[in-house]
Write a protein that binds this ligand. Structure first.
Ligand code: 5GP
Length: 111
């Protein structure tokens, strides 16, 4: 595994885990932009959302389900955002698919 998230998944770099099962890991973002900022990622190495293939759809659905569960646990169901950046021009810096789950404050409109 070649990215920082790959190393986190392997346990070679420490992280604050919020959720983990055989397929998915969720951790706290190291530079949070809101009181709740969680990264939800598949353990499978997929660079970005545009690289997803039809066999990955169930995995993406499970990532959504994990996002719902964490939003409930964090008490932010009244307002949260689930974002994925695809490619450098969208601000992607780690090329291992992840959703940012952001909430805990009033969020401005998308820029
Ligand atoms: P991207 O820019 O690819 O959409 O998001 C990457 C995110 O990963 C950023 O929000 C950044 O703060 C976070 N990040 C980068 N390196 C680490 C790390 O080593 N640990 C954790 N927990 N988050 C990281």
């Amino acid at each position: 595994m070649s990215t920082v998230f790959g190393l986190i998944i392997q346990g070679k770099i420490p992280s604050k885990k919020v959720f983990e099962n055989e397929r998915i890991l969720a951790i706290e973002d190291i530079h949070p932009v809101a009181p709740v900022h969680i990264l939800i990622m598949p353990k499978k190495e997929i660079p970005d959302i545009h690289s997803l293939e039809p066999q990955d759809w169930p995995l993406v659905g499970e990532m959504m389900s994990v996002a719902q569960k964490i939003a409930e646990e964090k008490g932010i169901v009244d307002g949260y955002r689930l974002v994925t950046n695809n490619g450098p021009n969208a601000g992607q810096t780690v090329f291992h698919l992840h959703f940012h789950l952001i909430g805990g404050r009033v969020l401005g409109h998308l820029g």
